[in-house]
Design a protein around this ligand. Structure first.
Ligand code: HEC
Length: 327
């Protein structure tokens, strides 16, 4: 009966249908001793086609989930993938190299500060990490800031204090755009966190300007070719050249050295808590593992009486049970 209704259902599929019909006719013509054979054939067909369907479905689902990715941009538009450099300060047991931070801050001040702000960094945060209190105070006093309104309501200028933030190079975004062919130099405080590839990307960007754009590359007017920048045309020209700054510690100021130092400095600007965070992480791991071991020990200690207990069942000795009926 089941075989017949199946055959009816699969009317459209030729081979399966004839097979089923054969099976049903055999089932109806053969004697009652072989009814299960036809059922077996139909069951096999159903199982095979079911398994095939599940298999095809699984492959289709997997392809849909993990097949080729649909990208909004071509790889060229995305920018060349930055090389992964073994940054010392990114290693789990390492801290920022404060001498490098000092050099990086010097590069920022002498080169990048002409166009880029670093608006989240107050002078006070430089104290103890990059310079001494006196150096930071002197640096702050070089710039003027608005004071509180006086009794007449006028706002006067006063020299900077440790609590002030590093000054912006431009009055506002419009002025910044006007000075840079319409492109806004982004604030660098969080740029290491704000760009895919972090330190690697910024280092590659700063050192990745070729002498000449490769043949065939279309560089729009006013832009510079840089393969690491998404779209390859960047408004910022190459800024780092060998010997551009003079390091006070005598480190040779090659462009890659300056790029490395300024990137490490920008990483500090974005994550000033990094050293402490790593240290706290290790403390948590150490204390956590000690507590874990202790809790394992306490558990075993508490359970030992239960775990080593032996339960024995001694059935009561009595009259033999009745013999079962029918025996
Ligand atoms: C002459 C001005 C100028 C100087 C100096 C300069 N930049 Fe730029 N920078 C720009 C402009 C303009 C942009 C925006 C580029 C664009 O959007 O096409 C930019 C963009 C950037 C970006 C963002 C790129 C991105 O992915 O969006 C980074 C990072 C950067 N600059 C780092 C630096 C560093 C580090 C220095 C110092 C070593 C520096 N810049 C010096 C003008 C400058």
């Amino acid at each position: 009966m089941l075989a017949r209704s199946c055959a009816r259902a699969t009317r459209s599929s030729g081979p399966i249908r004839s097979l089923l019909q054969k099976a049903t006719s055999r089932a109806s013509s053969t004697s009652a001793s072989e009814p299960s054979k036809a059922g077996n054939v139909v069951g096999n067909i159903l199982a095979t086609s079911g398994a095939t369907l599940v298999g095809v479905g699984a492959v289709a689902w997997y392809y849909n989930q993990y097949g080729p990715r649909a990208l909004a941009m071509t790889p060229a538009e995305e920018g060349l993938h930055a090389t992964a450099y073994p940054w010392e300060h990114e290693k789990l047991f390492k801290t920022f190299d404060h001498q490098a931070l000092r050099r990086g801050f010097q590069v920022y001040q002498e080169v990048c500060a002409a166009c880029h702000s670093l608006s989240r960094i107050p002078y006070r945060s430089l104290v103890g990490t990059i310079m001494t209190v006196d150096e930071a105070k002197t640096l702050a006093e070089e710039n003027e800031y608005d004071s509180e309104p006086n009794d007449e309501g006028d706002i006067e200028k006063r020299p900077g204090k440790l609590a002030d933030y590093l000054p912006d190079p431009y009055k506002n975004d419009e002025a910044a755009r006007a000075a840079n062919q319409g492109a806004l130099p982004p604030d660098l405080s969080l740029i290491v966190k704000g760009r895919h590839g972090g330190c690697n990307y910024i280092f590659s960007l700063l050192t990745g300007y070729p002498e000449e754009p490769p043949p065939g590359a279309a560089v729009p007017e006013g832009l510079n070719f840089n393969p690491y920048f998404p779209g390859t045309g960047i408004a910022m020209a190459r800024v780092l050249y060998d010997g551009l700054v003079e390091y006070e510690d005598g480190t040779p100021a090659t462009s890659s050295q300056m790029a490395k130092d300024v990137v490490e400095f920008l990483n500090w600007a974005a994550e000033p808590e990094m050293d402490q965070r790593k240290r706290m992480g290790w403390e948590v791991m150490a204390i956590g593992s000690a507590l874990m071991l202790l809790s394992v020990w306490v558990k075993r200690y508490k359970w030992v009486g239960i775990k080593t207990r032996k339960l024995v069942y001694n059935p009561p000795v009595g009259p033999r049970s009745r013999t079962p009926r029918g025996a």
